[in-house]
Each structure stands twice: as structure tokens, then as C-alpha cells.
Design a protein around this ligand. Structure first.
Ligand code: C5P
Length: 288
């Protein structure tokens, strides 16, 4: 029987870059939030030991540079699995958009193959494999609302965020995460977000306070590199709190009610901007 897994996208409600570490990564404080926009991965048993990936998105590699395939191969190696698998990916999350699409596919590959191959779910081992794949992958294993430190892999689950309708807008180009981090200036680190206040707002489930605490240090280098992202944010921030997600270029706006979100989405669409209307999402369960 084939197994199916949804790979949910994420936004960062807060992303505070603290400093550059000796290993080249940056120390973060971030609040991840899953959203309902998702890819779907279907897993089939294979006749041989090979793991293969196919995808309905022509722009995406299905070779070993694809994080979902890397995840499958890493899981197979760690658990010494003799079986193969055929993975079919239906891609809906835009690529290189700051929404962790690739990371979420990798996490869904780990969840799906645990089920297909009937492997025991060893939480510590899974987290280790996920962290080796990328900074956002550990969060994507379960999703929901979480606070993270380190390079994003040290997670604390938070109370589920109250529902927001989320308008996502993408200026239509891909951004390199590494380039955005590389372009941080010393001054950018001084513009701090209020992590404590955000965590308290989430604990209380207070939408207004959550909106007041939105912050992303990576906006500074990203807007310098690509002014179009800053202009898009300005447009979106007129009627609602808005922020760039992750390293960009996607900008999101948060609404407590659907009607106003639809209105913004429609007006952006009329301008020819790529838009998605979605909402915040609760965590998935790791079932084996
Ligand atoms: O971990 P991941 O492979 O997703 O990171 C992509 C790139 O983003 C890294 O190679 C690094 O340049 C940058 N990065 C960083 N600090 C982080 C996360 C990512 O400098 N905390």
C-alpha cells in the first residue's frame, strides 16, 4: 500500500539573528509557524533497493541535490534498510521562497519512509538526521508553533498560535539563503526583536500582541539586495501586519478574519503578483 504525507510550508513570526558563529552559521532566535499550504509526497515500495524521486515541477531537480531524496538516502543508511522506494512529489510551495518547501519535503520523506518501511520512530535519531539535512528540517518534522535557537534546530514546542489567515506574496524571483546571511552588516545585529514579548503573546494567544512583535533581521540584507521585496512589504503592510518570511523573498500578511485577507489577495493578484491565501496550521503527529 502506498503511503502519503503532506509537507507543510512555514513562516517565521520572529527571526532574530544574534551573531555569526565560528562554524559559519548564524545563531538565531526564531518562532516558526506552519501554514496549510503544502506539497504532497506519495511513497511506493520498489522492486529493487533503489530510491527514486519524480516530481510535477520541471524546475526542481530530482537528483541527489534534492533534499527529499537526500533525506530518504540518509534514513535508509542509518536504519540499514534493504528495501527501495519510489517517491512522487506534487510541488505546490514556491521554490527558494523562504517557506522551507525543500526542508518540509525532506521532513515528510523521513515521516513517510518510516511508515513505508515500518521502522521504529527514534525521536533523537530522527532529529539528528533532520539537523544534518538543514536548519529548518527539525522543525518541519512536526511543525505547528515552535521557538528555536542554535541555527534553528534546538526546538521548544509552543502553544498553538491562534488562527490567522495568511496572505503570501512572492515577487517572482528566487533568493539564496546563504547570500542573504552573507550580506548581514554589523549594524543589523543591533536592531533586535523582542523575543520575550513574542513568547508571552503566543502563550496568551493574543493576536494583536503577536502582530506587534513580528520581526525579521534578514529583512535588512534582503531589502538591500532586492529592493522589490521591501516595496512588496510596504504594499502589504497598509492594512495588516506584514513581514518577510525566513530569508525571503516571500512576504506574508496576517489577518484574524478571512474576508479582509481575500480582499488583499485579490488586489495583489490584479497587479499580477503571485499570491496564496492560506492559514496557520497545527502540528502533525508522528505516527508509525
Ligand atoms: O541549514 P541550511 O542548509 O538550510 O542553510 C543554508 C545556508 O544559510 C547556510 O549554508 C548558511 O550560509 C546560511 N545559514 C546561516 N545561519 C543559519 C541558517 C542558515 O548562516 N542559522
Amino acid at each position: 500500500m502506498p503511503v502519503s504525507e503532506k509537507a507543510f510550508a512555514k513562516i517565521n513570526l520572529l527571526l532574530f539573528v544574534k551573531h555569526k558563529r565560528p562554524d559559519g552559521y548564524h545563531e538565531l532566535e526564531t518562532v516558526y509557524q506552519s501554514i496549510a499550504l503544502h506539497d504532497t509526497l506519495v511513497f511506493y515500495t520498489a522492486d529493487d533497493e533503489q530510491v527514486s524521486l519524480s516530481c510535477d515541477c520541471p524546475g526542481l531537480s530530482v537528483g541527489e541535490d534534492n533534499l527529499a531524496l537526500q533525506a530518504a538516502l540518509m534514513l535508509k543508511k542509518y536504519y540499514e534498510v534493504r528495501q527501495g522506494a519510489r517517491i512522487v512529489l506534487k510541488k505546490r510551495i514556491p521554490l527558494a521562497a523562504g517557506l522551507a518547501g525543500g526542508s518540509s519535503d525532506a521532513a515528510a520523506a523521513l515521516r513517510g519512509l518510516l511508515r513505508l518501511w515500518k521502522l521504529p520512530c527514534e525521536d533523537g535519531l530522527l532529529q539528528e538526521i533532520a539537523a544534518a539535512l538543514g536548519s529548518d528540517v527539525p522543525f518541519c518534522l512536526q511543525g505547528g508553533t515552535a521557538f528555536a535557537t542554535g541555527r534553528g534546530e534546538k526546538l521548544t514546542r509552543l502553544r498553538d498560535c491562534p488562527t490567522f489567515f495568511v496572505v503570501l506574496a512572492n515577487p517572482g524571483f528566487a533568493v539564496s539563503t546563504a547570500e542573504v546571511y552573507r550580506s548581514l552588516r554589523t549594524d543589523d545585529f543591533k536592531k533586535t526583536g523582542n523575543t520575550k514579548r513574542m513568547l508571552a503573546a503566543l502563550q496568551k494567544g493574543n493576536r494583536q500582541e503577536i502582530a506587534d512583535c513580528l520581526c525579521n533581521t534578514l529583512e535588512y540584507p534582503a531589502f538591500r539586495l532586492y529592493p522589490a521585496i521591501g516595496e512588496l512589504k510596504k504594499k502589504m503592510a497598509v492594512n495588516a501586519p506584514a513581514l518577510m518570511s525566513g530569508s525571503g523573498p516571500t512576504v506574508f500578511a496576517l489577518y484574524p478574519d478571512r474576508e479582509k485577507a481575500v480582499r488583499l489577495a485579490d488586489s495583489l493578484k490584479k497587479e499580477g503578483i503571485a499570491v496564496w491565501l492560506t492559514q496557520t496550521k497545527r502540528p502533525v503527529t508522528l505516527e508509525v
